[in-house]
Design a protein around this ligand. Sequence first.
Ligand code: AMP
Ligand code: MN
Ligand code: MN
Ligand code: MN
Length: 299
Amino acid sequence: MGKTVFCYDLPVFHKSPAMPDHNFDLHCHSNVSDGMLPPAELVARAAAQGVTVLSLTDHDDVAGLEAARTAALAHNIQLVNGVEISVTWGSHTLHIVGLQIDPAHPVLRMGLEGIRHGRSERAEKMAEQLDKAGIKDSLHGAYQHASNKNLIGRMHFARYLVDQGIVKDVRTVFKKYLVKGKPGYVSHQWATLAEAVGWIVASGGQAVIAHPGRYQMGSGKMHELLEEFKNLGGVGIEVVTGSHTPEQFPLYANLAQKFGLLSSRGSDFHAPGEGYRDIGRLPALPELCKPIWHDWVGC
Ligand code: AMP
Ligand code: MN
Ligand code: MN
Ligand code: MN
């Protein structure tokens, strides 16, 4: 039976990669988290780039969805309610995307509120460590880049360092300062995998493992993750994402098939010119994939 989605006052969609006139982008960020465009501008850009079904998946916050929905109506594209939840799984930080969530659901709302709390304290520690590495005033600088002060994160620090001319681009800032083992990295306890999947499922959504190719884990560990994720009620995995190289697409398509997971597709767009892929500019899912949207129906 088809999954019932929320009522959007928009045309019915039932798409597959075999229908190239429809363009799904199910992962992107607005300035409610660490993207640079306000939700309405992000939606306008998506529409201009030919996206027909968009999910806004801000980190740990759903505050942009209402403005995104209004803009989606104006641009005649379909908006899917989304979120990207930060998770600590053993020594790994993972991201779990929730699609078709109900942003008003109390379990999800309270869960997200809980994980947002720790961000300000982490930012203070990051700034202290960066100060010791000779980078001054980064707390103030990072906050200047954060439209939503509750969502202060590494990207805001990265943009400050680029702004100051300390490092040439955000990718290099991460490499030199913000990843494990570097001066500005502060380890942090996010949600558990069970919590993140549980909140998404409780709110009627579909849990999807974001950009699996980015996690530095061997194949044994990845299998362990997919097994556990499935047992917890997770249903999808990103196969085509702006965070994967084209060589990784078939690799994760095969894993999706092996574990009976649905495949998702999203740019992980943050800001013009900042990442590898612009919003809506992605290849189709490999043929063998069963798309996460295979049973989505309009209403
Ligand atoms: P945070 O949630 O504050 O730890 O920040 C995580 C965000 O930083 C991710 O969602 C990406 O937007 C960004 N990020 C993480 N690693 C990298 C990287 N190596 N290069 C560029 N951006 C990154
Ligand atoms: Mn991000
Ligand atoms: Mn992510
Ligand atoms: Mn993301």
